[in-house]
Structures are given as structure tokens and as C-alpha cells.
Ligand binder design. Structure first.
Ligand SMILES: [Cu+2]
Length: 195
């Protein structure tokens, strides 16, 4: 009982002091603090919303990327499904060609049919080789080699050339002679083909 009286008095004093502070210092402080309370909360809420939106966008982007990759994989698999992924073995004649400055050399003849050029660059600069009006090989570095299939050729004379800069003008041309199929090729195992 004796304690309650001083406690009540203490609260009264505190209330008076706080009231007094509210009246003077508190009022000024409140003006600056109170208006911030609203925007502070809404700013925090906005940050939360933005974070949530960013997370959602990231999830959407990730799902989109996964779907895109899946779609590409499906397209690749489907496009491969129709054809054998391994290149078919070459059936035809391979003609070895030597390239240099500025010449194309070799035993440049083959029977009619599919013809593949196997070019070796023995020169000191990059060359390539192809048939006029037809396929041209990749560029070949000095010491390198490459192959190019120039198609199913009928008997005749075809011009090989290097299409880099003025190499053909400088002499990088040669005749490739396609001959009629050899007699032995016309009858294999009793199955004859006309030529
Ligand atoms: Cu050349």
C-alpha cells in the first residue's frame, strides 16, 4: 500500500514530463517523424513488391530459357530424325590435287560419276580449289589439305581453279578430264548399266 502511492506519483510525473515534451520538443520532433512513418512503411512495402516482382520476372525468364532450350533440342532431334547423322560413305572417284604458287597439279582425270577433290597445299600461302561454275573447297593453309565434292560429273573437260585473289590469272587453273565409265564398271555381277 505504501509503495503504490509513490508509483502513482512517478507515473503522474512521467505523464506530465512526456506531456510537456509533447508540447515543446515532442511537437517539433513529431512533425518530422510522424510524416515519415507513412511513406517509410509504403516504401518498405514497395521495395517488397519490387523484390517480389523481380523474383517473379527472374522465374519467368528462367522458365522461358528452359522452354527455349527444350524447343531447340526438340527441333534438332526432329530434324536429325529424318536423316542419318553420319555422312554417307563416299561412292565415286577421288582425285588428288596439289596446290602451289601458282599451279594446280595432279593426275587430273576420273571416270564419270561422283568426283571428290582431295587438295594438298604445298605452297607458302593460302589456296583453295574448285570447279568452274561448281563447288569450291575451303581455304587451305600451307601444309594443309581439304576435300570438296564437286558433284556427279558426266564425261567432259572441267576447269579447276583457285578463287583466291588473282591466283587463277597467275596460273592456278587446270583441266580435269572426266572420261566415260570404264568398261568393267558397266557390268558388275551380271547387272549391266548403260553409259
Ligand atoms: Cu591460290
Amino acid at each position: 500500500m505504501g509503495d503504490s502511492a509513490p508509483t502513482a506519483t512517478y507515473f503522474d510525473v512521467e505523464r506530465i514530463r512526456q506531456g510537456g515534451r509533447k508540447g515543446t520538443l515532442g511537437a517539433a520532433k513529431k512533425k518530422s517523424v510522424a510524416p515519415q512513418t507513412g511513406p517509410e512503411i509504403s516504401r518498405r512495402a514497395q521495395r517488397y513488391r519490387e523484390r517480389k516482382a523481380r523474383t517473379r520476372n527472374r522465374v519467368i525468364a528462367a522458365v522461358g530459357a528452359v522452354l527455349l532450350v527444350a524447343a531447340v533440342v526438340v527441333v534438332v532431334v526432329l530434324s536429325r530424325g529424318g536423316s542419318d547423322p553420319r555422312p554417307a560413305p563416299f561412292v565415286g572417284s577421288t582425285v588428288n590435287v596439289t596446290l602451289g604458287e601458282y599451279v594446280i597439279r595432279g593426275d587430273l582425270t576420273a571416270p564419270a560419276g561422283e568426283v571428290r577433290l582431295h587438295a594438298f597445299n604445298q605452297g607458302g600461302i593460302i589456296h583453295n580449289v574448285g570447279v568452274r561454275g561448281g563447288h569450291i573447297s575451303n581455304d587451305v593453309r600451307p601444309g594443309g589439305d581439304t576435300t570438296v565434292d564437286i558433284g556427279n560429273l558426266v564425261p567432259g573437260t572441267y576447269q579447276l581453279y583457285c578463287d583466291i585473289a588473282d591466283h587463277a590469272q597467275r596460273g592456278m587453273v587446270a583441266n580435269l578430264v572426266i572420261t566415260a565409265p570404264a568398261a568393267s564398271n558397266t557390268s558388275i555381277g551380271g547387272v549391266s548399266t548403260t553409259a
